[in-house]
Design a protein around this ligand. Structure first.
Ligand code: FAD
Ligand code: NAD
Length: 486
């Protein structure tokens, strides 16, 4: 007899585990199938985000930022440090400890909310009356026999994504790595190559550069950070290249091979620059960070009649319902930004819809953050997008160099740019380059969720001295060009 549940979640990344918790809070009998094993072979919850994504990368970013700060940024405070050294294995150990704490935390939350964790790979078998049947395999369908069969009236697919690899480039996670290998380098590579100057390229490139690697990034597009507002992209380019990241735009990678033996092993890359000139780049390690793709392999979607789109995503409506009533899909496996907080919000929304509530996500209000130094964050539309739409807008910008707290923190790089509707003053987008942009952007997201105008933000009392005053000044600048401190 199969185990019966009200709600079955497949995948326990930030989308799946949050959906499971919210569904349990709402009184459903919930199970979640998750197959992930950590490098020790233990089953763990948390998916990409906790195991090989957001959490470990931010731990390394923090360690490397401290290392760089001790070496280069304390002198202005009158602090001199004779020498600093980095114990990479200790840094990795700290990161693994944080990951372990977080994944155990989700186990605790599952127990607290009486969610059954089915350890293994889930595959749809089909539908019987109003219930979907899903087999659970120890490793995957290649096992032959399933170890369990479960049935549920509602299923949430939250199977996430995996790193996209390039044809002809064999990722071995030692010399040529995706995000998984790049979070595990046991020594600082002297020369690090990166393909793709997107979020992972910039974040992990920053980590290893701060620890001493010479970093060269090859980017196919002619524009840097094409999805960001161009004022932000321009400022970020200036700052990152000054920090020592070497970024070749418009690069076409022709071949990548591991050459040499023993200690002389290296990665040799042949590429052409925008003029078509052939170039060679020799590096000790290479990170391939050219985007991620949705993960539905071995999920048995055909058994319930769901077809993926051309790019492999599960098609869903604005409320994450698939073409099959009772089956929802959320997170990286569906359209929209591949971000943990977007996956979480979709998980909450779907659970509440199942309970008869009427939640809604405004996808324009989902913030983006790149955790470089300074950080980059934005929410809403860019100036280029509004120009394309032909919408009349006005902008206000304020630099951190004119903010007392930023100067005190030695964090005066960057600015806040606010874009508003020309007539109604409604905030349409906020773009930040700053030390604490990841926290500052939350105010902008809140304002936009409430359809606030720039004047609304400008009239809110902000603490002094604080970086948040720059948000208010940008709002004042956008309102009637009346910033007070510039
Ligand atoms: P995932 O986290 O990918 O989880 C899916 C889970 O489903 C996995 O655990 C997988 O094992 C499981 N699964 C898949 N198929 C099956 C099956 N058939 N049976 C059982 N289990 C299955 N986002 C941010 O918002 N902020 C960041 O700072 C950030 N940093 C990142 C850094 C890196 C290096 C990477 C790679 C990503 C980062 N992301 C970040 C993106 C973020 O990790 C993803 O958007 C997020 O994890 C998506 O959540 P998800 O639940 O949809 O999928
Ligand atoms: P990305 O989409 O951010 O960037 C990929 C880059 O690779 C792009 O600039 C693209 O033009 C370039 N590219 C693609 N093919 C190429 C080729 N053949 N040669 C050279 N360049 C090429 O992808 P990513 O950095 O791999 O990250 C994947 C996703 O993970 C992100 O889009 C994001 O959704 C998520 N993520 C988020 C965060 C965060 O929120 N801070 C951090 C890391 C990852």
């Amino acid at each position: 007899m199969s185990q019966q549940f009200d709600v079955l979640v497949i995948g326990a990344g930030p989308g799946g585990y949050i959906a499971a918790i919210r569904a349990a809070q709402l009184g459903f009998k919930v199970a979640c199938i998750e197959r992930w094993r950590n490098p020790k072979g233990d089953r763990v919850l948390g998916g990409t985000c906790l195991n090989v994504g957001c959490i470990p990368s931010k731990a390394l970013l923090a360690s490397s930022e401290h290392f760089e700060s001790v070496q280069s940024h304390l002198d202005v405070h009158g602090i001199s440090v004779k020498s600093a050294s980095m114990d990479v294995s200790k840094m990795l150990g700290r990161k693994d400890q944080i990951v372990g704490k977080m994944t155990k935390g989700i186990e605790y939350l599952f127990k607290k909310n009486k969610i059954t964790w089915l350890k293994g790979h889930g595959k749809f078998v089909g539908r019987q009356a109003d219930r979907f049947a899903v087999d659970v395999f120890e490793n995957g369908p290649e096992d032959g026999d399933a170890k369990d069969r479960v049935e549920a009236t509602k299923v949430i697919i939250a199977t996430g994504s995996k790193a996209r690899h390039l044809a002809g480039i064999q990722v071995d996670q030692e010399y040529i790595c995706d995000n998984e290998g790049a979070l595990q380098f046991d020594t600082v590579p002297k020369r690090l190559g990166i393909i793709g100057s997107g979020v992972i390229g910039l974040e992990l490139g920053s980590v290893w550069r701060r620890l001493g690697a010479e970093v060269t990034i090859l980017e196919a597009l002619p524009d840097f950070l094409a999805a960001a507002d161009q004022a932000v992209a321009k400022e970020a380019w200036k700052l990152f290249t000054k920090q020592g990241l070497s970024i070749q735009l418009g690069a076409k990678v022709d071949s990548v091979a591991i050459e040499g033996k023993g200690k002389a092993k290296q990665v040799v890359m042949h590429y052409s620059d925008p003029k078509g000139e052939a170039k060679t780049l020799e590096v000790d390690r290479l990170i391939v960070s050219v985007g991620r793709q949705p993960l539905t392999e071995g999920l048995g979607l055909e058994a319930v009649g769901i077809e993926t789109d051309q790019r492999g995503f599960i098609p869903v409506d604005a409320h994450c319902a698939t073409s099959v009533e009772g089956i929802y899909a959320i997170g990286d496996v569906v359209r929209g930004p591949m971000l943990a907080h977007k996956a979480e919000d979709e998980g909450v929304m779907v659970a509440e819809i199942m309970a008869g509530q009427k939640p809604h996500i405004d996808y324009q209000c989902i913030p983006w953050v790149i955790y470089t130094s300074p950080e980059i964050a934005w929410v809403g539309r860019t100036e280029q997008e509004l120009q394309k739409e032909g919408r009349a807008f006005k902008t206000g910008q304020f630099p951190f160099a004119a903010n007392g707290r930023a100067l005190g923190m030695d964090a005066a790089d960057g600015f806040v740019k606010m874009i508003c509707d020309k007539d109604t003053d409604e905030i349409l987008g906020v773009h930040i380059v700053a030390a604490a942009a990841s926290d500052l952007i939350a105010e902008a997201a809140l304002a936009m969720e409430f359809k606030a105008s720039a004047e609304d933000v400008a009239r809110v009392c902000h603490p002094h001295p604080s970086l948040s005053e720059v948000m208010r000044e940008a709002a004042l600048a956008a309102t009637e060009n009346r910033a007070l401190n510039l």
